[in-house]
Design a protein around this ligand. Structure first.
Ligand SMILES: Cc1cc2nc3c(=O)[nH]c(=O)nc-3n(C[C@H](O)[C@H](O)[C@H](O)COP(=O)(O)O)c2cc1C
Length: 216
């Protein structure tokens, strides 16, 4: 038995016993306990991401992990400024803007760990025409979604909880600047990780009959 599986078994609360139950049990968490997340568990999540399918097998993803308050604080403040600008542009009332910003800041600072999933196109194919180039990017983004889902499910299996925030997508250059990242990285999503403060309600899903448009 590896050290990983020993630790995992020691702290795993057995949220789910099989894959189908695991898939249905995971849910987004937006408030966490103060309890820190063990590094080894974060590594297990990243390891799960590594095994996602990707176009040409090129793995167009890189991950940033933050557990210290200072960089999280910087990130929350700077991303918040972009969001403030966008909300003001939408004509939202000042009070509502402040409330939403405060909530978002709180979600980032209140999460014991954060994983930012970034698109990395350097190893992908390049095309002279816009259409195929755009398709190549789409494929890479699709595969990042698969890598993130692997992380979310692994986290849940390890007894952790997660929440997906799209904020970095709207200000990738701000995230790179603040965290001093390689400019070729394109931050796509921010995943909060921790132990849920409470057990949120599972959201309903559309019935399969309305999703499958053809099944011959
Ligand atoms: C691409 C993507 C972006 C999302 N962005 C946010 C977000 O910015 N804030 C948020 O609270 N939830 C966000 N979510 C989480 C969804 O709201 C959530 O997954 C959905 O409502 C279903 O709930 P569940 O995850 O609890 O099953 C995002 C999910 C995805 C897949």
């Amino acid at each position: 038995m590896t050290i990983y599986s020993e630790v995992r078994q020691a702290i795993r609360p057995a949220h789910a016993h099989d894959l189908a139950t695991l898939l249905r049990s995971r849910r987004s968490v937006r408030q966490y306990q103060v309890r820190p997340v063990e590094r080894i568990l974060l590594e297990q999540m990243l390891e799960a991401a590594r095994w996602a399918p990707s176009p040409h097998g090129r793995q167009p993803w890189r991950f940033v992990v933050l557990t210290r308050q200072e960089p999280k604080h910087l990130l929350a403040e700077h991303m918040g400024e972009t969001w403030r600008h966008n909300l003001q542009m939408d004509g939202q009332e000042a009070e509502i803007v402040e409330r939403r910003l405060q909530k978002s800041r709180q979600r980032i600072l209140g999460a014991p760990a954060i994983i930012i999933a970034c698109l990395y196109m350097a190893d992908m194919d390049r095309y002279p025409d816009e259409k195929r180039q755009a398709d190549e990017i789409t494929m890479a983004i699709q595969s990042i979604g698969a890598a993130i889902q692997n992380m979310l499910l692994m986290a849940y299996d390890l007894g952790l909880d997660t929440g997906w925030m799209c904020a970095p997508l709207f200000c990738p250059e701000v995230v790179c600047e603040v965290l001093d990242l390689d400019k070729r990285l394109m931050p796509q999503a921010l995943i909060t990780v921790g132990y849920a403060a409470a057990d949120p309600q599972r959201r309903e899903r559309l019935p399969l009959s309305s999703l499958v448009v053809r099944f011959d």
